[in-house]
Design a protein. Sequence first.
Length: 255
Amino acid sequence: MAISIPIPLAVFLLVLARWGVLAVLVPNTQLLPLPTRLRLAGAAIVSLLLTPLHLLAVETQPQILEFAWMLAHELFIGLAIGTALLVVLEGLKLAGQMISQLAGVSPRGILTLGGDAGSAPHGRLILLCSLAALLTIGGHRQLVEASLESYRHLAPGTPLATQDALVTVTRLLSVSFLMALRISLPVMTALLVGLITAGWISRVLPQLNMIVLGWNLNAVLALAMILLTLGGMAWVFQHHVQLAVEYIEQLWIPT
């Protein structure tokens, strides 16, 4: 005898699958150190609010195998949206990591080819200030709105085109890398000029120990340049977040 699942329960579990994966992935534990149970509890509350709006999405009571297939699609959609948002945040971490390594204050990242990007002081400063600017302009509401917009085109249980998802992830990777370059390039240029100047001074005045003084000057110069360009970094981050939201919407609105 085939076992069927009631429609309200099936819709609730499908909505919970999409929002549960999204709540676990975004924001990550470095930004918001909340336990997984609290994240899933918040996703369950949101799912309870959205379930009555999507009861007509499932016409008949699904069987166990059919429901498992629908649940897998919902998990994939939540994973695609969460991964897209994480890729954008990784661009900020990459920018901070490159600045910290060139400034000589993050040797662990150099030795481990990455390491914990959030532990770099410059990376944490850029990340927190950019996120503060994002919250100030209401970027979090744009991300939530984009996630809710997915239900207009992808009802619970509707499969997502894998080809469109791969194309969107590729675009988001390019956006993340371009954002990291645009954020870190002014500071890295100033640091390279400082290194060349320190090398020239060490040749002209060898009695000055520029090998020791140079790294300290690099750290101070990096901090000063970050403070000078912080407004531009927030603007660049805002611009690329809007691009990321547009690319995420293309997951369910193919062009």
